[in-house]
Design a protein around this ligand. Structure first.
Ligand SMILES: *[C@@H]1O[C@H](CO)[C@@H](O)[C@H](O)[C@H]1NC(C)=O
Length: 660
């Protein structure tokens, strides 16, 4: 503290060195941008120049004016740790879906592909490096069709799925022609077929679940119909399907229908979809169909395309026994009947069922003596809970036409309307008033964020993570066709609000931030953490949570952490060793409010190339030494260290121990 107020000569000279280095990097990057073919494109630089009304150079002030805003920084104790890059083999590390660990679990029911997280002593405490040549993905919608090869350098899919028209390799990019295994004519044609049965075009169907999604072409193409799809697929040994989906800017998580319930609440999705997804629907006494039934809202649709549908014409090309396929379909139809789904359509290889709107329209379902009804109170209690062979009961209704759980308005009206779960008072702790207040509050917060970061809804940030989403009001305030938000409701949150989030036409997932998220490294452009570190204060290490945020954040991606000032000071200290550029910002209501905002940008660095070295040490020596020493950033590396380039107005950095 004292040091910041009266900077010593040493810091002053470090500051001037830093200015020189900063400018050097700035022009290097400008040059690189002008030369670069894709990724960090000119368009972004241009957009920033246009939108940033704060003058970049005059604001390049490296002295710490804001370090004291907290007033209570205690720098006296030990120096914060510096995190080293992990070995290059961890470039695509997914801690809870690790191939080696997976192999120690049974293959039965895909158990080995489910989440198996490393125990405490096996957690990594280093920074996951980006692969050499990594570039920021293209902005949407170009990203839908092109992924830079360097970002996901696996060609196996292009070979394995060549005939199916999923993905092609062209020069230094992958191209996605919009095919899927099931839609050789393209996803648009396929969606048109679905839309002839399912009200996809008028906002009635908004949220979709794509099970076994491949590279998520369905989700990618549903987007322009204003349908948001949550896609999942397991992490296979060589096919990084979900990584491709996220590189494309399409919502997806690593996941599988195995032995554990899906991490979604009951009655969430307007539609579920499986196209050749290889899930054995006919097996396990219909357990997987019952799980789909749980997450489908009353009146929701289930699409099954591919085997065994239309087996009569296809058994030969599928190289399957006719009788086997016939039996599969018979079992699926039988289970759909028991679930009381209404068969709406079967044509070609597409079959569509609809879940009834309430239990009244299907007396048989709950009265059937053979039917096993789940305990109603556990319908949303899913985290690491075993899937069971039972049917989730409908909420009760007063008349036969009523939609169980309440009717939803079409999207986008749904976004800000009072969700039925709130209106019914079924989320303890929330009333219509508190919902409306929460919505207003987040509109105000987001307005303030946009003032701090002018490119927040410019398209620069496509994949956005809200780590503690509450009622989803942050996502609702940000709503735009250029971006999507993964709304996470922590499993330890005292209020289960994920059902409400889906009722608003947003998507999300349950997760425990003491563990790694089910995603690949570098899959989010912006992470919002509201109250996360207070929530997990006595649950697990803040360091582990921050390292996980660093893992899933793209280089040059941004972070907004909102919390009590004392919590943020601790967080700031940890991230000082993580190659993040940070800045503490006051609450929009002024410096007297205890809640503050810490904004950060992850620096651009890739495996092997970029090392930091001490200011007085020649770069070559630092590059040779294996040690990550902290200190100054090597200017010969393509480090984008300048927070203003990312749209954040104001000074560059007030990381505490740069140069020390
Ligand atoms: C949307 O279309 C479906 C099917 O055509 C219809 O039943 C429903 O009433 C429509 N909803 C709105 C809001 O127009």
């Amino acid at each position: 503290m004292a040091m910041k107020m009266n900077p010593s000569d040493r810091t002053r000279s470090s500051v001037s060195i830093f200015i020189v280095i900063g400018l050097c990097c700035f022009f290097y990057i400008l040059g690189a941008w002008q030369r670069s073919g894709f990724g960090k494109g000119d368009s972004i630089a241009l957009a920033i120049t246009k939108q940033t009304d704060c003058s970049v150079l005059s604001n390049l002030n490296f002295e710490t004016h804001h370090g004291g805003d907290a007033g209570v920084i205690d720098d006296s104790d030990s120096k914060a740790p510096v995190f080293e890059p992990c070995d290059a083999r961890y470039t695509d590390y997914t801690p809870c879906q690790d191939q080696k660990r997976a192999m120690t679990f049974p293959r039965e029911n895909m158990n080995y592909r489910e989440r198996h997280c490393p125990p405490e002593e096996e957690k990594l405490h280093c920074l996951i490096p980006a692969p050499k040549g990594y570039v920021t993905p293209f902005p949407w919608p170009k990203s839908r069709d092109y992924v830079p090869y360097a970002n996901a350098p696996y060609k196996s899919l292009t070979v394995e799925k060549a005939v199916q028209n999923w993905i092609q390799y062209e020069g230094n990019v992958f191209r996605f022609p919009g095919g899927g295994t099931q839609f050789p004519q393209g996803a648009d044609t396929y969606i048109d077929q679905l839309a002839s049965v399912i009200p996809i075009e008028n906002g009635t169907v908004r949220t979709a679940l794509d099970t076994g999604c491949g590279v998520a072409s369905l989700g990618a193409y549903l987007w322009k119909r204003n349908v948001i799809a949550m896609s999942f697929a397991p992490r296979d040994s060589h096919e990084a399907q979900v990584q491709f989906a996220l590189e494309r800017g399409v919502p997806a998580v690593i996941g599988v229908l195995g032995t554990i319930k899906l991490p979604f609440p009951a009655r969430a999705f307007d539609m579920a979809h499986c196209s050749r997804c290889l899930i054995p629907w006919q097996g396990n006494d219909g357990m997987y169909m019952m799980e789909v039934d749980r997450v489908l809202r009353p009146g929701g649709y289930w699409v099954l395309s591919g085997p065994p549908i239309n087996w009569k014409n296809n058994y030969q090309s599928w190289q399957r026994a006719k009788e086997e396929l016939q039996e599969e379909q018979r079992k699926i139809e039988e289970m759909a009947k028991r679930l009381c789904w209404e068969k709406k359509h079967e044509k070609g290889e597409i079959a569509i069922w609809r879940k009834r709107v309430n239990a009244e329209s299907c007396r048989g379902r709950e009265d059937d003596s053979g039917a096993n009804i789940c305990e109603s109170k556990s319908a949303n209690d899913v985290w690491y809970k075993k899937m069971e062979v039972c049917m989730t009961p409908y909420p009760e209704v007063n008349n036969p036409d009523e939609v169980a759980g309440g009717e939803l308005k079409p999207f986008p009206e749904r976004l800000n309307a009072v969700p039925p779960r709130i209106a019914a008072g079924s989320v303890p702790g929330f009333s219509v008033e508190t919902y409306l207040d929460d919505n207003k509050l987040w509109q105000k917060h987001v307005k303030a964020y946009k003032k701090t970061n002018h490119i927040i809804d410019s398209g620069r940030y496509r994949n956005i993570m809200d780590m503690n989403a509450g009622l989803g009001s942050f996502a609702a305030a940000l709503e735009s066709p250029k971006l999507w938000v993964m709304n996470v409701v922590p499993t330890i949150a005292d209020k289960d609000t994920l059902g409400v989030i889906y009722e608003r036409g947003l998507i999300g997932i349950y997760h425990d931030w003491c563990e790694a998220f089910s995603t690949y490294p570098r899959t989010y452009d912006l992470i919002h953490a509201n109250g996360v570190f207070s929530l997990y204060k006595n649950k697990c290490n803040a360091e582990d949570i921050l390292l996980e945020m660093d893992r899933i954040l793209r280089p040059e991606g941004a972070v907004i952490i909102r919390d009590e000032v004392d919590v943020l000071i601790k967080v700031k200290k940890i991230v000082a060793g993580m190659r993040w550029t940070t800045k503490m910002v006051d609450h929009e209501d002024g410096p007297l409010v205890d809640e503050k905002i810490l904004v950060a940008v992850k620096q651009y660095w890739v495996e092997g190339v970029c090392r930091e070295h001490k200011g007085d040490e020649p770069a070559e020596e630092a590059a040779e030494s294996d040690q990550y020493t902290g200190g100054f950033l090597d200017c010969s590396c393509p480090i984008v260290d300048s927070i203003f380039l990312q749209g954040w107005c104001g000074k560059l950095s007030d990381n505490d121990d740069l140069g020390s």
